[in-house]
Design a protein around this ligand. Structure first.
Ligand SMILES: Nc1ncnc2c1ncn2[C@@H]1O[C@H](COP(=O)(O)OP(=O)(O)OP(=O)(O)O)[C@@H](O)[C@H]1O
Length: 270
């Protein structure tokens, strides 16, 4: 795992930077038909940090993640209440362009899901539909830049015209990350992005997440305590649809406030 050390070039006491809130959830509840899956969740997502969502299966992690870019809109039975803001603006306000929202808050799924298109076209897809490139060389620059940021360019630069589906699982997931990055999102949501990957590909994606947090706010759902501890700065623990507690990852894994977190991280349930 790559370490980032900050060097202070100025004299005087070190000032602890205060992270700004990028997204804020207030009293967020979700029902699927008559079944309530989330109960009054209040959670701040801090800018340019990795927030890990942990908790036993079915506790509502993915449901909450999907609220952050309105992916639950696609589920007919899902009803979201409460308030979620991005830079202070309500993402559920009527008239909000959901396509624009999803460009600002991108998503990477559990199973790598490249389009049945070339590597180049996978990454160019978003910039094309959002009209982000003025000409071919602009588009080329965006695609190459995104593949570089996703740590994939060197591996694929000689075969950009070949299908994305021909890559290995780990490469496909980095391609999906490049595709998400290509539209310059501010927030990237990741739903168990490594669960289909082998340990080496997982380590590569974890390193990438660590690098990406310099420029993007990341929210990751993970079943792996080790992964949450390795990649995140803050951890939010969910249980039976409730947010149990949230805090700095180090504290959550060494000295959590809530017994349910303690039980979960020590493998007593989940
Ligand atoms: N599309 C859906 N329709 C109906 N119920 C759903 C739907 N998606 C999730 N649920 C229910 O909502 C609850 C929370 O599910 P969710 O997938 O958010 O949990 P999770 O913590 O992400 O679980 P896992 O770790 O197993 O992925 C569960 O009881 C689940 O069965």
């Amino acid at each position: 795992m790559m370490e980032h050390f900050q060097t202070m070039h100025t004299k005087g006491p070190a000032v602890q930077p205060i992270s700004a809130t990028k997204m804020q959830a207030e009293k967020v509840s979700v029902h699927y038909g008559t079944k309530q899956a989330l109960f009054d969740v209040d959670l701040d997502i801090l800018d340019r940090e990795v927030t890990a969502l942990i908790g036993p299966s079915g506790c509502g992690k993915s449901t909450f993640l999907r609220c952050l870019n309105r992916m639950n809109d696609a589920i007919a039975s899902a009803k979201v209440s409460g308030k979620i803001t991005l830079d202070g603006g309500d993402i559920y306000s009527p008239g909000l362009d959901v396509v624009e929202l999803r460009a600002r808050v991108g998503m990477v799924f559990q199973k790598p899901n490249p389009f049945p298109k070339s590597i180049f076209d996978n990454v160019a897809y978003g910039p094309r539909i959002h009209g982000l490139a003025r000409n071919k060389s602009d588009l080329q620059e965006i695609v190459v830049g995104s593949l570089r940021k996703a740590g994939l360019y060197e591996e694929v630069k000689d075969r950009l015209d070949e299908p994305g589906t021909g890559l290995s699982g780990g490469q496909q997931q980095r391609l999906c990350i490049a595709r998400a990055i290509a539209v310059s999102p501010e927030v990237i949501l990741m739903d168990e992005p490594c669960s289909a990957l082998d340990p080496i590909a997982t380590a590569r994606v974890e390193e990438l997440i660590d690098e990406l947090k310099q420029n993007y706010t990341i929210v990751i759902v993970t079943h792996s305590m080790q992964q949450a501890a390795r990649v995140s700065q803050r951890t939010a623990m969910f249980h039976l649809g409730y947010l149990v507690e949230v805090g700095p990852t180090e504290k959550m894994f060494s000295n959590p406030d809530d017994k349910r977190t303690q039980d979960y991280i020590t493998g007593r349930f989940g």
